[in-house]
Design a protein. Structure first.
Length: 335
């Protein structure tokens, strides 16, 4: 009986022998699991990496935008200028810079020296159509405003027009473009035989030999680079910066800054008017603008009284030249 039982157990063990397929599965399954794990890791890494890259790009774009918004615009350096060592020219106003350059370049010929080009440009300015303005300019920026007014006066056919204040202003700025860096425009006063004064303007400059010269637009093309020693220059104080005139040692007829004080002598100088040339007696208040109510004889000489509307105190008598309305300075100073 015992032998039979052993044989039975032996036959059962033989029937349960391990299948080769299980061995294959057992071998492949760990590899598949490892591959799945690696794939999952790569997938997760790619997702995370893409997120990080996108965030970095957004941050970089935001930084670039912030930099662009906070970065100041490049400073304006002026227009190209072949006549000066710096290579650029500016008077502090971009529009006026271009107007000056275009005007100067249009009167420059190939092979010109700086003096040749400057003289041709001055001649064009001095031979422009003269247009008497109602009021003379004033203020610290009178040169730039006068120059703009001249350039903006361009008519059909390339014709410019202006008065001597404008001609002198444009001349000074154009001469600077050609390298005459000390050129300045100055308003001046001339005495008349009848005791009055009239206003005009000159351009003061040094030539290539550093000699003081005058460009006088009232003389047309003949006013180019005249000796300054031939001029008795009296600068008119119209509210401009007088440092340059003082530095040149020029005489200056100043306006009295204190309107509460009156020149006891009552001397003054008149301007222009509308009904002929009269020589009248003005009664005004301090620094006043009087309106002549007198009459004229043969449109030459007349006498009359005018009431001043100025800011001064007290009454001063002034002798003025002009007809209709006259402008008198009852207080003045020579320097």
């Amino acid at each position: 009986m015992a032998r039979r039982d052993n044989n039975g157990r032996r036959s059962k063990r033989s029937s349960r022998r391990r299948s080769p397929l299980l061995d294959v599965v057992a071998l492949i399954l760990p590899i598949l699991c490892l591959g799945a794990a690696l794939y999952s890791s790569v997938w997760v890494f790619r997702r995370v990496n893409n997120t990080v890259v996108a965030a970095e790009k957004q941050l970089e774009a935001a930084e670039q935008q912030a930099t662009a918004e906070t970065k100041p615009e490049p400073a304006y350096g002026g227009v190209q200028d072949p006549w000066i060592g710096a290579g650029t020219f500016t008077v502090g106003n971009e529009e006026l810079d271009h107007q000056i350059k275009n005007f100067c370049d249009s009167h420059t010929s190939q092979g010109d020296t700086a003096t040749d080009a400057a003289k041709a440009t001055y001649t064009a300015i001095a031979e422009s159509v003269y247009l008497d303005q109602v009021e003379k300019p004033s203020g610290r920026d009178w040169v730039s405003r006068s120059a703009k007014q001249y350039f903006n006066s361009l008519q059909q056919g390339g014709v410019y027009q202006g008065d001597y204040y404008e001609f002198a202003s444009v001349t000074a700025l154009c001469l600077r473009y050609f390298g005459f860096s000390d050129a300045i425009a100055v308003p001046v006063l001339y005495d008349m035989q009848n005791g009055g004064q009239y206003g005009s303007a000159l351009c003061l400059v040094s030539d290539v030999d550093r000699q003081g010269k005058v460009c006088d637009p009232s003389l047309g093309a003949d006013g180019w680079m005249l000796d300054r020693t031939g001029y008795n220059i009296l600068v008119d104080d119209i509210g401009q910066n007088l440092d340059a005139a003082e530095g040149l040692g020029l005489k200056i007829q100043r306006k009295d800054a204190n309107t509460n004080e009156t020149d006891p002598s009552g001397l003054g100088y008149g301007g222009t008017s509308t009904d002929g040339t009269g020589y009248g007696t003005d009664y005004g208040y301090g620094n006043d603008y009087g309106y002549d109510t007198g009459t004229t004889t043969n449109s030459t000489y007349g006498t009359g009284t005018s009431t001043g509307t100025g800011m001064g105190t007290g009454t001063g008598m002034s002798t003025g030249s002009g007809t209709g309305s006259t402008t008198g300075y009852d207080s003045y100073e020579y320097v």
